[in-house]
Design a protein around this ligand. Sequence first.
Ligand SMILES: C[S@@+](CC[C@H](N)C(=O)[O-])C[C@H]1O[C@@H](n2cnc3c(N)ncnc32)[C@H](O)[C@@H]1O
Length: 236
Amino acid sequence: MNLTGGLRWHGRAWAAQARWAQTCADIENWLLAQPTASEQLMVIGASAGWMMSSAWLARYKSVHTWDIDPLAARFFRWRHGRTLQAQGVRLVCHTGDALTQLPHLLREHPQASIFLDNVLGQIRFQNQHIAQAEKRLRSITQALRGRHWGSVHDRMSGPVQMAWPAQALPNIQTVTQVHPEDAQTTQHWLTSMGAQSPWLDHLTGSIFPEGTRLTNMAWPMKPAYWHWLQAGWVAR
Ligand SMILES: C[S@@+](CC[C@H](N)C(=O)[O-])C[C@H]1O[C@@H](n2cnc3c(N)ncnc32)[C@H](O)[C@@H]1O
């Protein structure tokens, strides 16, 4: 069973469009602010691109997407295909496990930038033991060494004091990976969104190399259960 995608994800994302709009805008603004390092893009965990920006995709000459969900390719083309076609972007949607095949796919697309689209935070649910999940995450980031890659993923998630929309989303926050002062700033940021402990650690705290500029965004995934999304890019 696909715990993080499939019909359940499409249904939830379709129904939550108004609640997720601010987070989608935050992701789009963050993506558009990043330098484009290649004409080719690989998107892993693309699903239908419910939270993906067509405007950002249109900066590339070719976009290849992957998802294990057999419905994803058709839905992604439905949501983004027309805009990309109008702008002359070649879109190829693949169905398959891109994380297991990652070294092979990277060799097949040696010049492409890679974007892991809200997929790494779910690895902990796809592995029985925490140590196994951490090992898998390490092997993914090792495979990406030497490439221009980015990711947006769940860093933590949990209950908040007041359900959306009573509680406003905090502004996005920019911090540096492994900077002791930032830990305190992030704690204040979480408090400002009314986070009520305990929050679930998605084991993604060490994804990015030290010194990476990170952007934290709030995502009211469910009205009273929010996610802290963390986003960053790693240069070659
Ligand atoms: C939380 S959803 C994110 C969806 C998407 N980024 C969006 O904006 O709609 C995570 C997606 O990752 C996909 N996924 C999980 N493991 C994968 C893998 N090994 N290879 C490719 N896709 C995967 C799931 O099927 C699911 O669609």
